[in-house]
Write a protein that binds this ligand. Sequence first.
Ligand code: AGP
Length: 606
Amino acid sequence: MCGIIGYTGQQDAKEVLTEGLRQLEYRGYDSAGIAFLTDDGIKTIKSVGKVECLCDKVKKESDDATTCGIGHTRWATHGGVTDTNCHPHSAGKVTLIHNGIIENYKELQKEFEAKGIHPVSQTDSEIAAMVINDCYDGDPIKAIRSATKRLEGAYAFCIMFEDHPDVIYAIRNGSPLVAAATDEGSVIASDMVALIKYSKDYFVLPEHHIARLTKDGIVVINENHVAIDPPMLHVNWDVAAAKKGGYDYFMLKEIHEQPEAIRNTITPRTKDGLPYLEDDGVPDTIFDGINRIVITGCGTAMHAGLVGKNMLEHLIRIPVSVEIASEFRYSNPILDPHTLVITISQSGETADTKAALELANKCGCKTLSIVNAKGTSIARESDYVLYTHAGPEIAVASTKAYTVQLSVLYLFAFRFALVRGCISEQEARDYMKKLHATIDDITTVLTYDTQIQSISERLKHSEDLFFIGRGLDYALSCEGSIKLKEISYIHSEAYAAGELKHGTISLITDNVPVIALATQRNVLAKTLSNVVEVRSRGAMVILITNADTQVDASLCDHMITLPKMDDAFTPFASAVVLQYIAYYAAISRGLNVDQPRNLAKSVTVE
Ligand code: AGP
C-alpha cells in the first residue's frame, strides 16, 4: 500500500524524504514522488519505478536547499502507473500526498468539470487536493475541515500550502499515520519503519484530528478545534532490527526470528505457569455469556484462525467459525452480543478485516483483535487487543506473524477453557508447557534448512502442485499453498486429502509434486492411503510428518520429520517447514522473495 512521509526541521528535507521512502518500499509500490519548499514555492518531482529512479531524478532536477517536504510511494488504485498519476498532487496553493481511497471522487470531479476545472491525472487524490484548494481562503485548518466533510472514504493526507512555508498539515480517516517531534524537527509517516531513525517515541494521529507540523514541534487539534496531547507510544526495536540482519532477505530473517517472537509474545502472558491476560486489559469477564466465536482475517491471518478454531472447539466445545473478512463483511452475518468476534491482522490496517471488525462492533459483539503493529486501526477499534510481539515484519510473505498469531490463539483458548472450567489448572499448565516447548521445536526445524533447500529445488520448474492434509494438516496446507504461490509464483492448491478422489486426483500425473502433511495421528492411516493413491498415479511426494516411526519411507520421495510433539502443536513446526519450502523454491527461481510482484505488505484498500 502507499507509503507516506512528511518532514519539517533543520535537516535536508530531500534526504530525509527519500531515505524514508526507501524504508517504506516494503509496503509495495509502483512509483514515488516528493514535494518540497524552495525559494520559488513548492517543487514536485515524481517518477514511475523504484525510489532509486526518483532519487536520480531529484539529483538531476533540483539543487535547491530545503528543510520541509512530503514524500509518497504509490500503489496504484485509481489510474494507471504513470508519472502524472504519481503523488504528490497539487491544486492551486495546495500540494498533498494521500494513502487510501476517496469513494466519491467521481461526483466531485464532475462538480469541478461543470465549472471548467479539469484534473490532469486520473487519481482520486488529485480531486482531494482540488477540494481542499476549493475550500482554502488562507486558513489551512478551516480548509481541511470543510474539505474532509465533502470527502467520503479512507485517507491519510499530508498537505502543504504554498503561503504557509515550513508547515505540514496532516489528517487521517482509516489509513495510518504516526508522528514524532524530535530534536531535528517534526516527522510523520505511514508507519514506524520510516520514523524509527529519528525517534522511538511516537504517537498515532487520532482519526479526524489535524496535526500541524513545524520545525519546533507538532500541534494536534481535535474536531472541536482544541489542541490535545495524543498518548505517546514506544517501539523497542531499532533501525538494525528493521534491516536484514545479515540474512539475504527479510523473509529468511523473519523465519529465523520465530522462536524469539513466540517467546516475546507468550512469556509476558504466562504467570505461575498459567495463561494470563490481565496485563493486556483482557479480563476473564470477556468470556461471560459467549456461546459462539467468529474468527476473521485475510490470507495468512485467516489461516491462523483455522488453526485456532481447532484448539478453541476442542477445549471449549462452542462453535467457532472462520470467515474470510472480504466475504464476511458483505454476508449479512448472524451476530449477537453472545458472539465473540476475533479479528487477526499483522498490520492492523487491512481494509477488509477492519470493515469486518466495524460490522461486528455495530452488531454489538464483543471484539478482540490479535495484531502485531501497535496502535493501528484494528487494534484501536476492538474492545480488546492482544498484541503479538514479533517486531516489524517487513517481507510481504507473512511468517513470524503467523506463528505468533497461533501462539496467542492457543494461549487465549487455554485461558478461556480454564475460566470456563473446561480444563483444570494442571491441564492448563500442561498445555502452556507444550506451547512454550514449541520454541525449541521451531529452533530444531530451523536447522533443517539445507535438507529442505535441496528438496525445494526439485520444484524449480514446477508449474502446478498440491498440498494435502486432514484436520490441522489441511489448515496448514492452506498456509503452505499461499506461501508458495505468493513468492515463487508456482500455482498450488491446498486440498483436504479425503476430497482428492472427488475430482482433483484426475490432475495427478507423472512428477506432479504433492506436499502431504501427516501429523494428525487420528487420521494418519487415511492420509497415508491418500499418499499411496497419488504416488501410484506418478506424483512426486514430499511427506511432512511427526510419525516417522509409523511411516514406511518408501511411500514418499522425500520425508521431512518433525520433532516429537503433541499433534495439536505440530502446526508451529510444520509451518516453518512450509515457509522454508516456499522460500527456497522462490530462491531456486531467482525471484525477489521480499517484494513479490503485484503484492503489498498491507492491503489497506478493498
Ligand atoms: C501472507 O503471506 C500475505 N502477505 C497476506 O495473505 C496477508 O496475510 C494478508 O494480507 C493479511 O494481512 P494482515 O495480517 O496485515 O491483515
